[in-house]
Ligand binder design. Structure first.
Ligand code: F6R
Length: 607
């Protein structure tokens, strides 16, 4: 989604804003802009496209002002264009605003303002904020912002500058992340910590309903009513270099290769020989005895992790599980009450639909466990219990290390529930833990074969349609494999339960439709092979994935990728690795923008 950055201090603002926007670009990148205060004038520069375009627009002779705001936009209201790019001003150019999120009542406010004679330049909801400020201003900057906050509905993180208040930034948040960076005589505001890590690691994480006034002298946090709030300084442990490419050509490839470490980190301190320790989850046997159903709610890749979680929890903890797409969950009156455990899965912890589902579940009395990768994220702060995945910042839009660590989170949660309920013998838990500890090294084994996958990817460069098939847990992984290929290589890929093909989809199989067949689940292996034969009989080229030591699959397919030997339940963490690599190399072979695929954003903070 969009990204915001603001600066006030003694350094020239524009290079700091542009640097911050570069770190945020992955959140949205159809246009960008900055505004600074220069000699009692607001100077705005904007451009469509990537940040290089803005840098060109700014040139070398940019303003030397030490206060400014910047924005990268991912269009919601109004198409991507220079005029719709942020920052936005009022009629008199007295106020300038950057904003993430959506102002839901902007049309009625816009009509009201037009009636009063305001002239709008853009199609955005954001511009309403600048005109409202102009309308409400009666000699008190903060007072005008507060009045605006009371008038608008929706989700937002915003930063405002006023032409005649040259030493002040005012910011506020509701349902959209925002942090304030505390430097030495200088301050930063941003929608994402990454944007300011080059300058400081001390931050305030703003809560919903908080407003902040930043001057060179300090930071004052209050609620929307003006009551002051005390904030704790959060010390960011990871450094900016961790968020850089570290020698890889793309963030996605770097993140694929980080998976052994991410998986190791995520299990750190959580596994004894035959016991799972989840300090952040505090469910007693008595509480669990009251739970009769589990809902897993998430979007996209995180939802795919939830599909695997369903099988694990049902198999190990004997609890019925429903998996729901977060954007659907709220709108069909889910049967959720105090006897339901709701598990929300979100890498960013800021996905609007997932957050809304979390709140809906809490309103209905459910206990909510979050599986998330971002400490301090809204999801992590609002859930009752949190299992953090320790994947580190994920920059590529296509999720890789977040997915495999989410799968690990599902394994940990499934085992934990089984352990508390006593539905798995201790020896069995011990066996699973032993197998889980081997997974990072086995992921590495697969990564060491990246060259073979790169070769295989060449034959996909001209493909336009493909199918991923599998049964049981393989079907869940097939969905993730097909999403990866779609989103970064723009090849139409569909995932099908292997047994379902003959009910219609088989009609699409031709010699030009390669099929990727996942057959790692031993209990349904024979059945999957029958389905592979069905597509082979229609001349499809088939790449098979099966467990190491299984020599039979080679007889039925064109090429086999062997997955290191593990328990069927843990196999998804391994099976997805070649699929991630395949998508990556196909995307490169087709000349696509791997890290920033078209039309997509990393963090989706609108519904
Ligand atoms: C795909 C991808 C998305 C996200 C989805 C949810 O590669 O990354 O499908 O999984 O937008 O995002 P989070 O996990 O941040 O809630």
């Amino acid at each position: 989604m969009c990204g915001i950055v603001g600066y006030i201090g003694k350094q020239v603002a524009i290079p700091i804003l542009v640097d911050g926007l570069k770190k945020l670009e992955y959140r949205g990148y159809d246009s960008a802009g900055v505004a600074v205060l220069d000699c009692e004038k607001i100077v705005v520069s904007k451009s469509v496209g990537k940040l290089v375009a803005l840098e060109e627009e700014l040139g070398q002779a940019y303003s030397q002002s030490c206060i400014g705001i910047g924005h990268t936009r991912w269009a919601t209201h109004g198409r991507p264009s220079q005029v719709n790019a942020h920052p936005h001003c009022d009629c008199k150019q007295d106020f300038v605003v950057v904003h993430n999120g959506i102002i839901e009542n902007y049309l009625e406010l816009k009509d009201m303002l037009i009636e009063k004679g305001h002239k709008f330049a853009s199609e955005t909801d954001t511009e309403v904020l600048a005109h409202l400020l102009e309308d409400y201003y009666e000699g008190d900057f903060e007072g005008a912002v507060r009045k605006v906050l009371k008038t608008i509905r929706g989700s937002y993180a915003m930063v405002v500058l006023r032409r005649l208040d040259p030493n002040k930034l005012v910011a506020a948040r509701k349902d959209s992340p925002m942090v304030v960076g505390l430097g030495d005589g200088e301050f930063f505001v941003a929608s994402d910590i990454t944007a300011i890590l080059n300058y400081t690691r001390k931050v305030y994480i703003l809560d919903d309903g908080e407003m902040v006034v930043i001057t060179e002298d300090g930071v004052k946090v209050s609620d929307f009513e003006g009551n002051s709030r005390t904030k704790e300084v959060y010390d960011v442990k990871w450094d900016a270099v961790a968020a850089e490419k570290g020698g890889y050509e793309h963030f996605m490839l770097k993140e694929i290769h980080e998976q052994p470490k991410a998986l190791k980190d995520t299990m750190l301190g959580r596994l004894e020989e035959d016991k799972v320790i989840l300090q952040e989850v505090d469910l007693t046997l008595e509480e669990l005895a009251q739970i009769n159903k589990v809902y897993i709610v998430a979007c996209g890749t995180a939802w795919h992790a939830g599909l695997v979680g369903k099988t694990l929890i049902e198999r190990w903890a004997h609890l019925p599980v429903e998996v729901d797409i977060a954007s659907e969950f709220r709108y069909r009156s889910p049967l959720v009450d105090k006897h339901t455990l709701v598990v929300v899965v979100s890498q960013s912890g800021e996905t609007a639909d997932t957050l809304a589902a979390l709140r809906e579940a809490k309103n209905r009395g459910a206990r909510v466990v979050a599986v998330t990768n971002v400490v301090g994220s809204t999801v992590s702060r609002e859930a009752h219990d949190v299992i953090f995945t320790w994947a580190g910042p994920e920059i590529a839009v296509a999720s890789t290390k977040a997915y495999t660590t989410q799968l690990e989170g599902m394994v940990l949660l499934g085992l934990y529930l089984a352990q508390v309920k006593g539905t798995l013998p201790t020896e069995k838990i011990g066996e699973i833990i032993t197998a889980l500890k081997r997974i990072p090294a086995q992921v590495q084994e697969l990564l060491d074969q990246a060259g073979l996958i790169e070769e295989l990817a060449k034959s996909f460069a001209k493909v336009e349609n493909t199918f991923f098939i599998g049964r049981s847990l393989d079907w869940a992984v097939a969905m993730e494999g097909s999403l990866k290929l779609k989103e970064i290589s723009y090849i139409h890929a569909e995932a099908y339960a292997a047994g379902e093909l003959k009910h219609g989809t088989l009609a699409l199989i031709t010699e030009n439709t390669p099929v990727i067949a996942l057959a790692t689940q031993r209990d349904v292996y024979e059945k999957t092979i029958s389905n592979v034969k069905e597509v082979k009989a229609r001349d499809a080229k088939v790449i098979g994935l099966t467990y190491a030591g299984n020599t039979s699959m080679a007889k039925s397919v064109d090429h086999v990728i062997y997955i290191p030997e593990t328990m069927d339940e843990l196999s998804p963490i391994l099976t997805v690795i070649p699929l991630q690599l395949l998508s990556y190399y196909v995307s490169v072979a087709r000349g696509c923008d791997v890290d920033k695929p078209r039309n997509l954003a990393k963090s989706v903070t609108v519904e």
